[in-house]
Design a protein around this ligand. Structure first.
Ligand code: NAD
Ligand code: TYD
Length: 380
């Protein structure tokens, strides 16, 4: 085995955020060996990593994080000293239909990974020195905020990338100290995994960091989530299913800005700390959907307003959280992170990417993306 300076395990690297993190680390740190461990569920797509798959410091392993014996074997065999844990079931609507899969992967999977890392690291003479278990979590664990300003007011917080639409829809924000209050099976399972990570620090002294990020958007997101689903539907002239009245608020961050934050925190974050990641970028769903419609129509040459009629209000999601809004001032002030892209630029880039990568989208909607790689890894 080559002698790399560090051996870093990234779980969930074939998913949406994971592929951006893997790409960033593989390209930026040729001195690190990057092991991408992913089960390749419906959400995992190795086509997302075609551009880096032949790099000498990159290796893919198909495995299930809930398989403790496999986690022990892989962490030991590859002498893993850093873990960036993204693998999870991530879609709220699926968690409402099938909560058990979420408990299995998000809770038992995280626990298996923690336990395997603990056993390996404790068996080393230097024990936990130079090791880190970095757990990627969500703002959804904090629950939901109230919509006290439904029309929006000027947000009290800014970043250097804040756009003209700089609204807050309530007076409260999620802080690192906000009490956990998850509502969906997805957020309950992520909350549980966060608690296990902190318990491994507090009980065994494992060096851990947890970050809680707001909604991500950008290239390679699976088209069950709002932004890629709606871009694709607008392109195809299909209905846009808006849950409830479209008044729910989400706080959006460009995925590469999240990946940059992960890189910074992995290298400079303080062990045992929690950092919230977000760009103070709240949008009411219906306003965001109108931006998507305008952008897609403009880019494909439709006259303005062509796709407005596609908006279709449907039955609300059960237990639909009203508002998420992250306060990321700790990360800004302690580590100097800020988003690099204004939302308008990020959305333009994102819409262009999905329009330019129609083939990627079609291979997902037809199921072809899975057939190819499932066959290649069918022995595992
Ligand atoms: P995703 O659903 O796009 O990807 C998840 C990846 O994990 C897939 O590649 C899948 O194959 C893999 N996976 C699932 N179960 C597995 C298992 N048992 N073993 C190994 N691999 C498995 O998710 P995402 O949107 O990229 O989110 C990544 C992480 O970031 C998650 O932990 C999520 O909770 C968190 N997060 C996501 C967002 C967001 O807006 N997407 C925001 C904040 C935090
Ligand atoms: P989603 O992308 O599923 O992320 P999350 O639920 O984790 O925030 O949804 C973003 C918002 O868009 C959320 O308020 C639910 C809403 N939504 C719709 O109105 N219609 C849809 O078809 C989807 C997928 C989401």
């Amino acid at each position: 085995m080559d002698n790399f300076k560090r051996n870093i395990l990234i779980t969930g690297g074939a998913g949406f955020i994971g592929n951006h993190v893997v790409r960033l680390f593989v390209n930026k740190y040729p001195e690190y060996r990057i092991i991408n461990l992913d089960k390749l569920t419906y959400a995992g797509n190795l086509e997302n990593l075609e551009d880096i798959k032949c790099q000498r410091n990159y290796k893919f392993i198909k495995a299930d994080i809930a398989d403790l014996a496999e986690m022990r074997r892989i962490i030991t065999e590859y002498r893993i000293d850093g873990i960036i844990h993204l693998a999870a079931e991530s879609h709220v609507d699926r968690s409402i239909k099938d909560p058990f899969t979420f408990a299995r992967t998000n809770v038992m999977g995280t626990l298996s990974l923690l336990q395997a890392a603990r056993e390996y690291w404790e068996s080393q003479t230097e024990r936990y020195e130079g090791k880190l278990f970095y757990h990627i979590s969500t703002d959804e664990v904090y629950g939901a905020l109230e919509l006290t300003n439904p029309e929006g007011i000027e947000s009290p917080f800014k970043t250097s990338a804040s756009s003209e639409h700089h609204q807050a829809y309530g007076t409260e924000f999620f802080l690192e100290t906000t009490k956990y209050n998850p509502h969906s099976p997805y957020s309950a399972s992520k909350a549980s995994s966060d608690h296990f990570v902190r318990a491994y620090h507090d009980t065994y002294g494992m060096p851990t960091i947890v970050t809680n990020c707001s909604n991500n958007y950008g290239p390679y997101q699976f088209p069950e989530k709002l932004i890629p689903l709606f871009i694709n539907n607008i392109r195809q002239g299909k209905a846009l299913p808006v849950y409830g009245k479209g008044e729910n608020v989400r706080d959006w961050l460009y995925v590469e800005d999240h990946a940059r934050a992960i890189d910074l925190i992995f290298h400079k974050g303080k062990v045992s700390e929690t950092y919230n990641i977000g760009g103070f970028n709240e949008w009411k769903n219906i306003d965001l959907i109108k931006v998507l419609i305008r952008t897609v129509d403009r880019l494909i040459g439709n006259p303005e307003g062509t796709s407005d009629h596609l908006i279709s209000y449907v039955t609300d999601r059960m237990g639909h959280d009203m508002r998420y809004a992250i306060d990321s001032r700790k990360l800004q002030s302690e580590l100097g992170w800020e988003p690099s892209l204004q939302f308008e630029e990020g959305i333009e880039k994102t819409v262009r990417w999905y329009l330019d990568n129609e083939e990627w989208m079609n291979r997902i909607t037809s199921g072809d993306y899975q057939r190819y790689y499932q066959e290649m890894y069918s022995d595992r």
